[in-house]
Write a protein that binds this ligand. Structure first.
Ligand code: GLN
Length: 493
């Protein structure tokens, strides 16, 4: 195994700064890894070999000239195909956006470029980020590097699988109801959903605008924190962006959990849908945190179980409005019709996949006159109750812990014809999405079948530092191998 593939972002940065390896060599190693493994994993929709090598060469040239470099100069990254990249096809894994080349970079992409990141390519996802398995991609599913017959989770399945397969040390995902945390859990990597408004959504193709957030995926808490620092901070182009300085997490990572009050959400731990193997690992992790000096507090979130119902009204409602822009006139696909109306209907019929159509219909129905109060407005009231549950919980503790996902990676096809079963993947992740508060998933070991289990750590609004602090302390204590076992056998298979 090429050590450049396992070094991680911080490690690669050190090697490049010490002059032991060039950005071009680092980039070549990762492109070669993608070439060797991605026919099996299919994490990428598009690999940008030439662009990546040109960026890396530029970093090397500037380093040689002693010019000032960004904090992630020469570090490769996999970018979810939901973020606009200037001149580079951006599809959201949808036929309706095939051929769409944005004329601008998303703010996150702009910041990544300023940080010196080398974008390796655009990763696969559920169409318009709707799903939990990446099977809703119009371009074929991504497979879990731990077991190629299983899903990587979703919707950021491509980004998470790329990290687990050692195709990149860093990736960008997006999370509306769990799409960073759940695939991170299923792929045994670290995924962080930041506070709503901490990272700009400008140039992020909208799914549900009151929930969407961009965040990092990596193999270590430290690397995820580095990437979050690079993308966070106020952006005048996004009206929901919080007017705050770009954060710094380095100190928090060293603090340990001594004296930290960690709340365990009773309703989540008692959930009937939680797989036994996962429950065992999560309970062990909580015991470890206690041994490290944290104070464990039991907390109740009585409305959390309504989260999925509220989310599956709010998110589709916002989606039905956001996706009305795909009419064959301005973006991507156009299927001809005799009238403008026929052209639009045919384009939408042919361009959207089944799940996207289902959401548009649910959302349109929930927002329609006569049903608005019973569905959308009611869901918003539930959202408020969940926010209050969190407020009460955080009066008694600094962070909350829970499982990330009810089940480990499931076989491809297992839930694709049962939307309700698929939606239930989100039970533990949607509450903090509805509250706009940060949450991450940390790998805490494997279950009896050898599949990774994630622990979710949640924090109050803008509590990223404390959340990362707890995650880093537990990560250090667990001392798991950063190389997922699947990644090691991938080439041989
Ligand atoms: N699985 C959830 C859904 O399908 C969450 C998706 C997301 O966070 N983008 O809506």
């Amino acid at each position: 195994m090429n050590p450049l593939l396992t070094a991680g972002a911080a490690g690669l940065r050190r090697l490049m700064e010490a002059g032991e390896v060039s950005a071009v060599e680092v980039t070549r190693a990762h492109l070669a890894r993608i070439a060797a493994t991605d026919d099996k994993v299919h994490a990428f929709l598009q690999v940008l070999d030439d662009q990546a090598l040109a960026t890396a060469a530029d970093v090397d040239r500037r380093r040689a000239a002693r010019e000032s470099l960004g904090p992630l100069a020469g570090v490769p990254l996999a970018l979810k195909d939901v973020l606009c990249t200037r001149g580079v096809e951006t599809t959201c894994a949808s036929r309706i956006l095939e051929g769409y080349r944005p004329v601008y970079d998303a703010t996150v992409v702009k910041r990544l470029r300023e940080a010196g990141v080398v974008v390796l390519g655009k990763t696969n996802m559920d169409e318009f980020a709707m799903g939990s398995s990446t099977e809703n991609s119009a371009f074929g599913p991504t497979r879990n590097p731990w077991d190629l017959d299983r899903v990587p989770g979703g919707s950021s399945g491509g980004s998470s699988a790329a990290i687990a397969a050692l195709q990149a040390p860093l990736a960008i995902g997006t999370d509306t109801g769990g799409s960073i945390r759940q695939p991170a859990a299923l792929c045994g990597v670290v995924g962080v959903k930041p506070t709503y408004g901490l990272v700009s959504r400008y140039g992020l193709i909208a799914f549900a605008s009151s929930l969407d957030q961009v965040g990092p995926i990596a193999r270590s808490v430290g690397d995820a924190a580095l990437l979050l620092e690079a993308i966070a901070g106020h952006d005048p182009c996004d009206s929901t962006s919080i007017p705050t300085e770009a954060p710094s997490y380095a100190d928090a990572l060293e603090r340990g959990v001594e004296g930290l009050r960690i709340g365990v959400v009773t309703e989540f731990m008692d959930s009937k849908g939680l797989a036994e193997g996962g429950r065992t690992r999560v309970e062990e992790a909580i015991r470890r945190l206690a041994k490290l000096g944290a104070e464990i507090v039991e907390v109740s979130m009585p409305h959390a179980s309504y989260g999925v119902s509220a989310y599956y009204l709010i998110a589709p409602s916002e989606a039905s409005s956001n996706l009305s822009r795909y009419d064959g006139v301005r973006y991507g696909l156009r299927l001809p019709g005799e009238t403008a109306e026929q052209m639009m209907a045919r384009t939408r019929e042919g361009g959207f996949g089944r799940e996207v159509k289902r959401r548009i219909m649910i959302g349109t129905y929930a927002l329609s006159a006569g049903y608005y109060d019973a569905y959308y407005a009611q869901a918003q009231r539930v959202r408020t109750l969940i926010i209050r549950d969190f407020e009460a919980a955080y009066e008694r503790c600094d962070v909350l812990v829970a499982p990330t996902a009810p089940e480990p990676a499931f076989p491809l096809g297992a839930k694709i014809d049962d939307p309700l079963a698929m939606y239930l993947n989100d039970v533990f992740t949607v509450p903090s999405s509805l509250a706009g508060s940060p949450a991450l998933s940390l790998p805490v070991g494997v279950d009896e079948a050898g599949l990774p289990v994630g622990l979710q750590i949640m924090a109050p609004i803008l509590g990223e530092a404390t959340m990362l602090q707890a995650a880093r302390a537990l990560e250090a204590d667990l001392d798991l191998d950063v190389v997922p076992h699947g990644a090691r056998t991938l080439e041989a298979r």
